[in-house]
Design a protein around this ligand. Structure first.
Ligand code: SF4
Length: 315
């Protein structure tokens, strides 16, 4: 891995832009959510070069050049490990999230990388975020098998849902994907007693429909929890005229307050995850992708300011 640039603050988050051994340009993130890397240390890696899905709010889905190999996945993990720890990560919770650029279920090498990581690091907490596209049965079967074998209680699986209205969900995530029944069925099989519940994530735009009754109809609270995140400031959010519904100061949804209240009343665990707003300025947050910003350089306040003076040629 040749590091072309790094953007951020090592006490909060750093985005690395690197050229892999195969010549692909990728972004990956090192994040310290509790400001104490000995307590929790998080790496967020890319699974593909670009992404063919093109979700409405995501800056990584504007091109697609193919899958990354297992070596290219591991390089994104090994570089920050060597740099910060010079050996194994001396942290209580070492989390690796397959959640930067690219839908991970399109790449079987992700399974192989997770297995290698589990063999190498006993403090590993793997995490994968997916939109659950159709045609990925082989990946999800292998993932289920790996989870049961190696990570029964510490695997975090997240389905990106965003809207409880299937038609709107199709607009936001414009590919064919599993319906709620299928997600629920897989999630229940994935869950292990004493392990993590399956996360249903809503990057909550004011425009999105969010109805707790729909959640209750498909997803039992014993297996699923709801995670609400702000709609982060991205080039795509700006272009598609979407509006974030989560107040970054209070951490509460504005238009969708009832959704949260109803979910809690129905007994669901609801996590509202706002994080450090400096991550928006760094460009390390979910849906952000610095190379997209550098390519288009739109008028975008409260985001990507760390990369603004950056002279990086984007083809
Ligand atoms: S959110 Fe994920 S699946 Fe959607 S375009 Fe971005 S990287 Fe691809």
């Amino acid at each position: 891995m040749e590091i072309l640039s790094e953007v951020g603050d090592p006490n909060v988050a750093v985005v690395y832009i690197g050229k892999t051994s195969k010549g692909n340009i990728v972004e990956f993130v090192e994040s310290i959510p509790t400001y104490n890397p000995q307590e929790k240390w998080v790496l967020i890696v890319s699974s593909l070069n670009g992404c063919p899905v093109g979700c409405k709010m995501c800056d990584a889905g504007f091109f697609y050049k193919g899958r990354l190999t297992v070596d290219e996945l591991m390089e994104q993990i090994e570089y920050p490990i060597t740099r910060r720890w010079n050996g194994k990560p001396k942290t209580r919770k070492f989390k690796v999230q397959f959640a930067r650029m690219g839908e991970p279920s399109f790449n079987m090498a992700v399974i192989e990388a997770m297995r290698l990581l589990g063999e190498r690091y006993d403090n590993l907490h793997p995490s994968l975020s997916t939109i659950a596209p159709i045609g990925t049965n082989k990946f999800f079967e292998a993932l289920l098998e790996l989870k049961k074998e190696m990570f029964p209680t510490n695997f975090q699986l997240q389905f990106s849902i965003h809207s409880t209205n299937p038609e709107q969900r199709d607009e936001i995530i414009p590919v064919r994907k599993w319906d709620f029944e299928r997600i629920a069925e897989y999630g229940k099989a994935f869950y292990d007693e004493g392990g993590k519940k399956i996360t249903l994530n809503f990057a909550l735009a004011r425009e999105n429909e969010a109805d707790a009754e729909v959640i209750a109809e498909y997803f039992p609270k014993e297996y699923f929890l709801i995670k609400i995140t702000p709609l982060n400031p991205t080039v795509s959010v700006l272009k598609n005229k979407l509006t974030n519904d989560v107040d970054l100061e209070t951490g509460l949804p504005m238009k969708h307050r009832k959704f949260v209240d109803d979910l809690r009343r129905l007994g669901y665990d609801v996590i509202i995850s706002v994080g450090d707003t400096r991550e928006n300025l760094i460009g390390s947050n979910c849906g952000q992708y610095i190379l997209r910003f550098l390519k288009e350089r739109p008028e975008l306040r409260e985001a990507y300011t760390f990369a603004r003076g950056f002279e990086f040629k984007v083809s």
